[in-house]
Design a protein around this ligand. Sequence first.
Ligand SMILES: NC(=O)c1ccc[n+]([C@@H]2O[C@H](COP(=O)([O-])OP(=O)(O)OC[C@H]3O[C@@H](n4cnc5c(N)ncnc54)[C@H](O)[C@@H]3O)[C@@H](O)[C@H]2O)c1
Length: 715
Amino acid sequence: MIYQSDALTVTRLDGDIAELHFDLQGESVNKFDQNTVNHLTQALDALEAESGLKGLLVTSGKPVFIVGADITEFTSLFGAGADEIKGFTGLNNANFNRLQNLPYPSVVAINGFALGGGFEICLACDFRVMSTVAKVGLPETKLGILPGWGGTVRLPRIIGVDEAVTWIATASEQRPDAALKAGAVDAVAAPEQLREVALATLNNAIGGQLDYAARRAQKSSPLPLNDTEATMAFFTIKQMVAQQAGRNYPAPVKVVDCIEQARGMGLEDALDVEAAGFAELAVTPVAAALVGVFLNDQLLGKKAKGWEKKADKKVAQAAVLGAGIMGGGIAYQSAYKGVPIKMKDINQAGLDLGLKEANKLLAKRVERGRMSPAQMGEVLNSIDPTLTYGGFDDVDIVVEAVVENPKVKHAVLAETEKQISPDTVLASNTSTISIDFLAQALERPENFCGMHFFNPVHAMPLVEVIRGEKTSDTAVARTVAYANKMGKKAVVVKDCPGFLVNRVLFPYFDGFSKLVRDGADFQAVDKVMERWGWPMGPAYLMDVVGIDTGVHAAGVMAEGFPDRMKLDFKTATEVMFENERYGQKNSIGFYEYVEDKRGKPKKTVTESTYALIKDIVAERTEFSDEDIIARMMLPMATELARCLEEGIVETPAEADLALLYGLGFPPFRGGVFRWMDTVGMQYIAEASEKFAHLGKSYELTEGMKAKLADGTTYY
Ligand SMILES: NC(=O)c1ccc[n+]([C@@H]2O[C@H](COP(=O)([O-])OP(=O)(O)OC[C@H]3O[C@@H](n4cnc5c(N)ncnc54)[C@H](O)[C@@H]3O)[C@@H](O)[C@H]2O)c1
């Protein structure tokens, strides 16, 4: 034994080969936490002191290789300032440089995920052998930062600038075939042969058949581009990357900047450029928000897994009532993820429509080579369209997705309860009707909860699981387990009008209605909110949701929370509704929609909208971007704070993710609570005062006032 710690060991093998073996005790994965980085330094001390070695093999004792840095350490590190951050990158860069410079060749056996720092250590080795089941990549830009342990330096020198930029800017994980083709790895081997192939490669390097010195020279030398080539190449690449990333995500462009700036430098100087770029990005609010999203997502995943563990049984057979837009989508998603599903409707035409939709989605997958025709057939076969309740006594969960009508739902739920076994879970996909109210129709309300999907089901990650007063833990657990199985992100919330997402979305729409009433141009509001980061502005979003659906839901919300959501004026949305302009579904709402070449609705401006709302809006007034943002976001923020204070949602993390996954809230802002932390409660309070005349939805909640007083934040 040359070195031993709870993170890694170095042993001496036959033939004077040392094996550096990562196996972090007490963890399911290897990662570069502070502890591991320090132990790697000590291991290198030991290796350098050991005489007579001829080669180094790097391996992992986990199913993954190394998943990267410990992201849970990032929040405090990034808050500690640029010097601290440079110290962090410097420490492990010194390690990797020492590894690269050992006086004998090194080979790494990449058995599983080698991501971020986990892949950067591989790049520091001379040769890389990858298992057929492994994946490699540098996903740091997803967190708003860049690879800080030599990724932007070594990767372009190994595989070329174009490919390296694509890998890093898109934060993508690469399969063995792609990695081999790019030259990022030297060989691919079946898992059981990986060690053998890696050792053979090492022996070849020791024997001189493979030139490891040349490998080192390549990584330590400037990029082989002359000035003209470089100017041309970097100009084009930067434009492309900037366009793809968008102005709110600075990391990918910074990656290109760093590679360009360092192109004529040796390894050490190039690493300094990278470290400066890393530190610059790490202190931005974007990095804080994206790291926050990652950590929140881990928390959400843990909670969902926790519920799954509590489930009394797996969902092996599901059923959905109603084969409409939502029912069809739910059937597709369930079948696609391997849970057979019965799809019941009251008429054949409905069933045909539901199946057609599933067929279309699957055909697209086949077309893109993501699924074989045989697999498609299998998935379709696991959707069982039916007009009767035959076989319903054998299903584990029934999702009700019939028309949004309380009477119809009461009748359908009561009828269904008689057809299912006593322990089957019944869940409603209602978007506006109270779960407790629906439960009144049932004899076993404990088996009932909400399971609120978002449209389109296959594309929207969120599912709200709504627990009513009588819902049992067992029902919640089985429903969350089913959502997990469907590949969805489940957030468990309590029952209230609008549940969580719609409850905070409608005050936001009210903010829009008030702006338009007061003379704002609806298109200007859309543009400002889109620039702020929303995938679509409020008028466009309302068109996509459906003006009729929006007006109906607004009514429900107004009844539920009259003090904040009952409006005493006619809204532009209501005018659209009265004029049968229902939005995208009938090609006209605030905007007009024409199909583009690919059959997708494309929005165009119509003057008729202005003519229709003329009588209910004030004279055209210009509002500053800041005022538009505050008037739109404040009602959403105060309502979300209320939901947290009332226990509708348990944590700011879940609330923020629900808006990200359910509404497409801009990830670079992290969520509404993260946004409030970023701008500060003082700013929110000032805006609240400025717009107090707009109503109670602009008032700070008690919880917000407390934060203002004691200076604490949500995170
Ligand atoms: N469309 C959305 O964006 C959206 C989003 C989230 C939730 N929801 C909710 O999902 C539910 C369904 O909405 P949708 O948009 O899919 O409606 P839809 O009108 O497209 O489909 C409803 C289907 O239910 C069928 N149906 C009616 N009575 C039935 C019965 N007794 N048994 C079986 N089937 C019956 C109809 O034939 C129709 O095919 C509603 O509660 C809605 O609020 C909709």
